[in-house]
Design a protein around this ligand. Sequence first.
Ligand code: DAT
Ligand code: MG
Length: 151
Amino acid sequence: LEVEETYIMVKPDGVQRGLVGEIISRFEKKGFKLTGLKLFQCPKELAEEHYKDLSAKPFFPKLIDYITSGPVVCMAWEGVGVVASARKLIGATNPLQAEPGTIRGDLAVQTGRNVVHGSDSPENGKRELALWFKEGELCQWTPAQAPWLWE
Ligand code: DAT
Ligand code: MG
C-alpha cells in the first residue's frame, strides 16, 4: 500500500446539521493526516465538473442544486491506503444500506442527503483535490503522533 491523498467534503446538509466536527473527528481519530481544510460556497460550474461522470443521470440537476445550496467543508487527507479506508469510514452511498459505525450509517437516512463525499480512487483523489484546492492551500507537515501511528 502507498501513501495516497483523498478529497473529503462535508456536504451542505452536514454543515447545516452541525456535523462538521463529528465528521472531521472520524478521520482525525483514525490516524490520517489533514493537509487541507476550508469552508467554501461551491459555484455551479465546479459542482458540475466534480460530478461530471453523473451528468447523464436523472438526479444530476437535484444533485447540483444540493451541493451548491450552502457552504461545504473541503478537506484533503493523506495516508497509506487513505482512499479506500475513507470510503469504508463513510459507508454506502445509500445511508439506509450503510453499516452502523460508518458516517452515513450513523448520521444520515437518504441518498440525496448523505452528508459527506469521498474520492473513489487515487486518480480521482488527485483530480478532485486539484479542482477544489488552489496552489498553496495544502500543507505538508509531520504530525507529532507519527511514531505512535507507524512503526
Ligand atoms: P458516492 O457519493 O457514494 O461516491 P456516487 O459517486 O455514485 O456515490 O454518487 C454521487 C452522489 O450522487 C451521491 O453521494 C448521492 C447522489 N446520488 C447517487 N446515486 C443517486 C440516486 N440513485 N438518486 C439520487 N442521488 C444519487
Ligand atoms: Mg462518488
